[in-house]
Design a protein around this ligand. Sequence first.
Ligand code: ZN
Ligand code: ZN
Length: 374
Amino acid sequence: MAKRDYYEVLGVERGASEADLKKSYRRLAMKFHPDRNPGDKEAEDSFKEANEAYEVLSDASKRAAYDQYGHAGVDQSAGGGQGFGGANFSDIFGDVFSDFFGGGGRGGGRGGAQRGSDLRYTLELNLEEAVRGTTVSIRVPTLVNCTPCDGSGSKKGSTPSTCPTCGGIGQVRMQQGFFSVQQTCPRCHGQGKIITDPCPACHGEGRVEEYKTLSVKVPPGVDTGDRIRLSGEGEAGAHGGPTGDLYVVISVREHAIFQRDGKHLYCEVPISYTEAALGGELEVPTLDGRVKLRIPEGTQTGKQFRLRGKGVAPVRGGGAGDLLCRVAVETPVNLSRRQRELLEELRDSLEGDSSHSPKASGWFEGVKRFFGDL
Ligand SMILES: [Zn+2]
Ligand SMILES: [Zn+2]
């Protein structure tokens, strides 16, 4: 049977880069891999063909020989075109298929000890607690080692017996096509032992669900999304594996007065029309109590006053932020006759002099220009 051109096999141009070759080979290998096409002779042949082509073209000297002499140039050196058992095949295999078989290699293979899961607990705090820090008790459901069997899963006094399927190795070899694949034993899930007499308290699981109460120390300055790790307070590991961690995730509730943005706090302070015009001293709230704030005369609505250091000291260090108070001028309502008269008098005295209302005069100028340009 005449061999197909290697470039054609991989579906790439003659000048294809190494990366393109690899990409193309990877795609074909995934498609035709015997594990995905059990018993399909055609797929197996395509897989072999792609392997052979890649083995030659990924080797610079073999590729040069192939480019010059065709199949004749590489058949001797490639060992009759078998393509298998070549020195670098395992490299290619490991590289391309690492995500195929990656799962089996972790956790040390046999033994089956698994780290317990990490747990997540959302802890709601109010702003004061988040800023000052606090200690709270939380109750979390978790899996703990079963006491009667001491986590083994076997009834007290009995011991697990060697798995008959894998003979205690925890791995079995499966022949698939021409491929021999090592797999975790399906009977004992890689532990090499099976529980013949399960513990009645945990039904052989070795772990039971339990609520536990933990004391969580929240440092000052935390914010929504910050996590506190309680090492070893997650779920117990399976078959003697290490315990997972518990992550306490902070969620800070909205505050009636303050909004927080990182280390700065913001609040809105209503001031009267007359205070804004005449100036004066305001009492504004901070997290440490009330402080006095001087308002200069002629303060406009929306003006922001900064109280340095009255914000939040961030949990990761650095100085405290500021408190930014934004004043909102309030229009007086429910006026008495007398108050109305006073305001009317005020209006008349202000009228005609734009220097009393810098914003409005600027605005009217703008409007005039706008219509003039039309
Ligand atoms: Zn087994
Ligand atoms: Zn038990």
